[in-house]
Design a protein around this ligand. Structure first.
Ligand code: FES
Length: 116
């Protein structure tokens, strides 16, 4: 079987210098908005559209590898896309689906993102 990484097209999105440690940025890959995060100089990418109601995750808060959606507080791990916290509206809590994660690779100072 061919490793998944080889089947994927990567797109150069930014230079490493454009994304300081523990910050996020929105990049567009293949027409999709992707949240790219630098967590302690490792890079991770997930789709930027919150699985709850489409909030822009990159407008939220990044603590370690956990991003909190600015709309209703759902939390996702940018390393995996896994949902780790529910959305909350008033007193109502709602489970949310995991976010789609994207492959990231670094070549020299170029950060590349791949979408399967
Ligand atoms: S849109 Fe993200 S928590 Fe509701």
């Amino acid at each position: 079987m061919i490793p998944k990484e080889i089947e994927m097209d990567y797109v150069r999105v930014i230079d490493k210098a454009e994304l300081p440690q523990n910050k996020m940025i929105i990049v567009v890959v293949d027409g999709k908005e992707v949240l790219l995060a630098n967590v302690d100089d490792s890079y991770y990418a997930i789709i930027n559209k919150c699985t709850h109601a489409g909030g822009s995750l990159a407008q939220g808060v990044l603590e370690g590898s956990i991003v909190t959606c600015p709309r209703h507080g759902a939390r996702f791990d940018v390393k995996t896309g896994k949902a780790v916290g529910e959305a909350k509206i008033g007193f109502i809590k709602m489970k949310v689906k995991d976010e789609e994660s994207c492959m990231v690779k670094v070549e020299g100072t170029d950060i590349m993102v791949g979408i399967p």
